[in-house]
Ligand binder design. Structure first.
Ligand code: PGA
Length: 226
């Protein structure tokens, strides 16, 4: 199973999100090879949309096997007097995945390991699978998390994608137990994704910039599914 995770970040409006879902679904609908890959559990697509759009998009992909919604973050709190928070309890049943600990959250929102640990707990206890984003071996790997997304900060767009050999080296430095899913994120697009899949060491991709346009994201998946 290969994962293709779109991370729109805060770069798209509600209207654009709806147009995106239509254009992307239309492309998937006429691609029988991609349909087969989805139906045979060869690939899984996760769309990490901003919170307000998750309910708008809820039914847009529900008919397709292996296309799921994800959030880009989740509250460390279960419920209570936490103005502005979006909790796992609220999103339960709407999303299947949640990014946790993205470097942009660690950097701009001062997320600490303590908060990240609580977010993971919240996700897990509400049936949401955490996708733990780490910058490298300096970040903690939690034993309860199956999917680890490695994202070297300098490679995140508008950076330059990391050399795939270096990515494999970094994977080994993380010393992940063998049952973990290892995802790479950092300026991946349709033009460079094959150089990562060719290593045979990468189980999926977190795609930011190249996921904003549905045609680009679709092509990235098509090129990366092999
Ligand atoms: P990018 O984002 O593809 O735009 O570099 C990836 C990420 O944030 O992990």
């Amino acid at each position: 199973m290969k994962y293709f995770i779109a991370n729109w970040k805060a770069r798209i409006t509600a209207d654009q999100a709806l147009d995106w879902s239509k254009e992307f679904s239309d492309k998937v609908a006429v691609d029988t090879a991609l349909q087969l890959a989805l139906n045979n559990d060869k690939i899984r697509i996760v769309i990490c949309a901003p919170f307000p759009f998750l309910f708008l998009l809820k039914d847009k992909f529900s008919h397709s096997k292996n296309i799921f919604l994800g959030s880009q973050d989740i509250s460390p709190f279960d419920e209570g007097t936490y103005t502005g928070e979006v909790t796992a309890k609220m999103l339960q049943g709407t999303i299947r995945y949640s990014l946790i600990g993205h470097s942009e959250r660690r950097h701009f929102f001062n997320e600490t390991e303590e908060m990240i640990g609580r977010k993971i707990e919240q996700a897990c206890s509400h049936g949401i699978e955490p996708v733990l984003c780490v910058r490298g071996p300096e970040d903690k790997i939690y034993s309860t998390v199956k999917i680890i997304s490695y994202e070297p900060v300098g490679a995140i767009w508008p950076g330059k994608n990391e050399d795939p050999a270096k990515t494999v080296e970094s994977k080994h430095k993380l010393s992940l137990p063998p049952d973990r899913v290892f995802i790479y994120g950092g300026s991946v697009d349709a033009s460079d994704i094959r150089s990562y899949t060719a290593t045979g060491e990468i189980d999926g991709f977190l795609v930011g910039n190249a996921s904003l346009n549905p045609a680009d994201f679709y092509q990235t998946i098509v090129n990366g599914q092999l």
